[in-house]
Design a protein around this ligand. Structure first.
Ligand SMILES: [Zn+2]
Length: 344
């Protein structure tokens, strides 16, 4: 009898060790579901085995071999119950852990700030330590400036010549404001000026200038470029670029120069209107490709439309801008195999 009790204790130790073996425990639970039912009765009867008087009576009726067989069956049943309970605990723990992870992820998605930013300066420029080569390192939100594969500007060459649809321009005389934002002269235009292309209408927000032109055509740069930034109702951007070469004076540019603020970041709201249509060349052929903003944060997904025919500005108009911004152009970026389409 004593060795049977020892066997029972040993079996308990084995079953405890098997708790660390979830697949086996799970298997036991799956293959012996019926074993869990007799468990309470067996457990209740167990202490009786320790009473010599009761056992003495039983021993008279049963042979020693029968008693061992009975106790072995009890032990087996008890072990089955314990394993089933362990399997259930392991399964419940796994389920709770999974639920906790899911909950953590859901909470994180809502409340966690973006990943730590090792750099978060807002200052950038076109030369030196804060120049284009380092934009992506100045602020981690500007990483695309370094890592993007659809960056602008690019050299426009080897375009696919196709019958590109005409861009529809719906521009009208509008109020405007002028600011020197420290990177360029920017003109914010009143609402209601649209261009439509690829079945999408984009509203003009602002236009600004770069010197020299950021984009090149077959390697050829231009003295300046105007970028007209448009946005559709979904927030998608389309930038129309008009290259500027030296020649006749341009009325629209003159209107802007006439209203330059005296101080950086001061905003001038002139009591006159300008018509952005005056900035459009006669021929409406263009290049188009997907690119980015050419200043931090260098966001991609920008539809670029570069007019093939340049417009002109007078040498005096060019000179005036160059006194403020002799160089405010981002260097060429890799076209990274992207498609460029151009009007035939
Ligand atoms: Zn620009």
């Amino acid at each position: 009898m004593r060795n049977l009790i020892a066997l029972f204790a040993c079996s308990l130790a084995i079953s405890t060790a098997s708790a660390n073996d979830p697949p086996a425990a799970a298997h036991a639970a799956a293959s012996k579901p019926a074993a869990s039912k007799p468990a309470p009765a067996e457990a209740a009867r167990e202490p009786a085995a320790a009473k010599p008087s009761a056992k003495a009576a039983a021993a008279q009726a049963l042979s020693e071999a029968d008693a061992e067989a009975e106790l072995s069956a009890k032990i087996a049943a008890r072990l089955a119950v314990m394993r089933a309970n362990q399997a259930a605990r392991v399964a419940a723990a796994a389920k709770a852990k999974k639920a906790a992870v899911t909950r953590r992820e859901a909470v994180a998605a809502i409340t966690q700030p973006p990943p730590a930013r090792p750099f978060h300066s807002e200052h950038w420029s076109y030369e030196g330590e804060t120049g284009p080569a380092n934009w992506g390192k100045i602020n981690s939100a500007w990483a695309k400036c370094d890592t993007g594969t659809r960056q602008s500007p690019i050299d426009l060459r080897d375009g696919m010549k196709v019958d590109l649809e005409q861009i529809t321009f719906d521009y009208k005389p509008s109020g405007f404001s002028v600011v020197d934002n420290g990177h360029t002269v920017q003109v914010t235009v009143g609402g209601g000026n649209f261009l439509t292309v690829q079945n999408r209408s984009y509203e003009l927000l602002q236009f600004h200038f770069h010197r020299p032109s950021e984009e090149r055509v077959n390697g050829k740069g231009f003295e300046m470029v105007v970028h007209m930034v448009h946005k559709d109702p979904e927030g998608k951007l389309a930038v129309l670029a008009v290259l500027l070469e030296r020649g006749k004076g341009n009325n629209l540019i003159q209107t802007v120069w006439n209203n330059l603020p005296l101080e950086k970041l001061d905003v001038v709201n002139p009591n006159v209107v300008l018509d952005v249509a005056d900035m459009l060349p006669q021929r409406r052929d263009y290049f188009t490709f997907m690119g980015s903003l050419t200043t931090p944060p260098c966001n991609e997904g920008v539809l670029w439309l570069v007019m093939k025919q340049p417009m002109q500005a007078s040498p005096a108009q060019m000179a005036l801008f160059s006194r403020m911004y002799p160089l405010n152009a981002r260097p060429l970026q890799s076209s990274a195999g992207r498609m460029i389409k151009e009007s035939n």
